[in-house]
Design a binder for this molecule. Structure first.
Ligand code: SF4
Length: 449
């Protein structure tokens, strides 16, 4: 049974010293009960109380780390059912399935594509994180050869897939140093597979036939002292998988049901042969609530939209994505290069800077601190208004870097040009385009004039 906030409060020092950054011990106890604080945040808890509080202190969904070094990623540690309640923590990892029966040229092409599938979007790196290598041949030597080849050719984390503990043991000997995720322990092989994972300190997927058998399996493995677990309900059909994902997440968060308090994995690649439908399934499982989604293809047409979906879901809704407020050099601008300003909303910055780059005109792009809001929102909120822009221009040092005094503002705030003229009497205020797509043509005309 999970402890209530009052149960926890009784075990705290009750000094209200605020070192945990909460106003009172009671407030801290409530946060801890909701999984929104860590016991370590209070430095004054006695060892006896720590032992008693360990249940409440554990996050409702434990984190699991896969891979190491460059390939390392973390999943789990989620605290809420819905993003708007707080935020989601560790993004879904996209995986691609490799079979050890694949022809060499097919395997090489897949590895090549998986490495290439890497994108920078609004300042974040997006890409495939895991290669799921499945033993279809039943041949230990063939499987370990393919695993080693994949490991040598790729920087991505690995998930060897076999339900045969002897083959898995050979796989661990071959690539165990890369901290792979082992797939999978079932009711039939659990003792040997869980024993191997425990001995080698590696994370392990538990595969049920439905959520009932998965809960039993999870209880059994947890009783062996293994917590580095990922859960596969074993369902391979949309309705059943979706129900399982939602039931497990609700069980872990709302009921504090420990056997489901682990990250999850889904296999849209095993639910259909239609890759377009598979992409749609993957999108559903990203949204509800799969921590790893295994697909059949690394092709960008499937992966990029999924990466954007993951990025959208896993950004903090309370913290707008922002870039630093300063002047950015687009290309190699000089004293005669145009000067533009906009807000520090990441998407605004990346779109505007991309359009300037596309124009092949070197320019100075001033980014005003608008608390991560876009142009019109920031203007309406008083964050991108004449006195703020003027203060930024006057303190930025841009006047010493250019010979001219022409400042381009976004077309959406054309209405502030008069007031900005008064705030910046030495500058001529030019009104740029409203739409980013028109910036390239505008800036080329500006330098040609
Ligand atoms: S740090 Fe500990 S003792 Fe101090 S207010 Fe927080 S919970 Fe109470």
């Amino acid at each position: 049974m999970a402890l209530t906030g009052l149960d926890i409060f009784k075990l705290l020092p009750k000094t209200n010293c605020k070192e945990c950054k909460q106003p009172t011990c009671l407030a801290f106890a409530m946060k801890l009960a909701q999984g929104q604080a860590k016991l370590d945040d209070c430095p004054h808890v006695s060892d006896e109380a720590k032992a008693a509080l360990s249940e409440a202190a554990a996050p409702p969904i434990l984190g699991v780390t896969v891979g190491n070094g460059e390939s390392e990623f973390k999943i789990g540690e989620e605290l809420v059912l819905f993003r708007h309640e707080k935020r989601f923590i560790n993004p879904t990892a996209m995986a691609v399935l490799i079979k050890d029966t694949m022809a060499d040229d097919e395997l090489n092409a897949l590895l090549d594509q998986a490495e290439k599938d890497s994108w920078e979007r609004v300042g974040q790196h997006l890409g495939i994180k895991l290669l799921a290598v499945k033993c279809e041949s039943g041949d230990t030597g063939k499987f370990t050869d393919v695993l080693k080849k994949v490991s040598d050719a790729s920087k991505l984390a690995l998930m060897p897939m076999t339900e045969d503990p002897e083959i898995m043991s050979a796989a661990v000997d071959a690539v165990g140093d890369s901290h792979p995720l082992l797939y999978a322990a079932t009711m039939e092989n659990v003792d040997a597979m869980a024993g191997l994972a425990k001995e080698k300190g590696l994370p392990l997927v538990l595969k049920g036939t439905d959520i009932q058998t998965l809960a039993e399996l999870s209880e059994k493995v947890k009783a062996m002292g293994i917590e580095d677990l990922v859960l596969d309900p074993g369902t391979r059909e949309l309705r059943k998988t979706l129900e399982a994902m939602v039931a497990m997440r609700r069980g872990a968060l709302n009921k504090k049901f420990k056997p489901f308090g682990h990250p999850t994995i889904t296999f849209p690649c095993e639910e259909t042969d239609d890759t377009y439908f598979e992409g749609a399934l993957a999108g559903i499982y990203v949204a509800k609530y799969s921590d790893i989604v295994v697909t059949s293809t690394p092709d960008a047409w499937m992966q990029y939209p999924l990466q954007v979906e993951i990025q959208n879901i896993y950004t903090d809704p309370q913290k707008p994505m922002a870039v630093d407020a300063k002047f950015y050099e687009i290309g190699t601008p000089g004293p005669d290069s145009p000067v533009l300003v906009t807000t520090n909303f990441s998407l605004t910055y990346f779109i505007v800077s991309g359009e300037i780059e596309a124009s092949k005109v070197d320019a100075w792009l001033g980014i005003v601190d608008s608390e991560g809001q876009s142009v019109l929102t920031a203007w309406a909120a008083g964050k991108f208004v004449p006195d703020v822009i003027a203060k930024f221009i006057n303190t930025s040092g841009i006047a010493e870097k250019v010979n001219h005094r022409k400042l381009v503002i976004p077309g959406y705030v054309a209405q502030i040009s008069g007031e900005l003229d008064e705030e910046l009497p030495d500058w001529e205020i030019l009104i740029g385009p409203r739409e980013a797509a028109d910036i390239s043509a505008y800036i080329r005309q500006l330098v040609a004039a």
